[in-house]
Design a protein around this ligand. Sequence first.
Ligand code: SAM
Length: 209
Amino acid sequence: MNFWDSIFQDGAVWSYEPADSAIFAADYFLKSGICNVLIPGIGYGRNSTPFIDKGIGVTGIEISLRAIETAKNNDLKTPIHHGSVLNMPFDNIKYDGIYCYAVLHLFNRNERKLFLTSCYNQLSENGIMIFVVVSVKSNMYGQGKLLSKNRYQLNNGLKIFFYDEKAIINEFTNFEVLEYSEINEPIKHMKDEPPLQCYKIVARKKAGM
Ligand SMILES: C[S@@+](CC[C@H](N)C(=O)[O-])C[C@H]1O[C@@H](n2cnc3c(N)ncnc32)[C@H](O)[C@@H]1O
């Protein structure tokens, strides 16, 4: 069983409450007139509800079949492509928006570049994406084995690249970064758990790259 299937063995492990950034993104997209959104690494879909509730169409991509099963068992009607975001595209649709929570930082440098290029290619002209990535200020930073600058393998085996401002500027060069900010994402399913220090990045596709 792969790492993510084992995480989702017990179903909706993070409950069904969406992250604050998903609520922000749904409002942002609605105000921007965006009506179709791709969510790479959608998990079992907890972060899709703010978009669906606002009438925004959602398509997901997810590597864990167990997570997709959980989504379907919870009656989530959203189409979810099964596979790795590193093998995008899974359809030939251009999306006006992409929302991606806690996925980009799972990859190494080349994979992050590939993933961001694939997102660029699936965005329509002037499409907007909102990414949430973990920050060097997170409590997890520095735990486990150092793999490369700011990238660690945690004791549970997960490899994480911790973002700082410089990495954001360097990696989102094909996009116009409209804003980025440090956010504290509450861990809503765990009582008394400190929030996760992240960056929220709002970026627009630059035309004709
Ligand atoms: C930290 S979780 C976040 C899940 C989801 N974004 C949420 O907030 O509920 C990372 C998610 O990315 C998925 N994932 C990890 N690697 C992936 C890959 N290469 N392609 C597609 N999904 C992947 C995992 O299965 C998991 O659902």
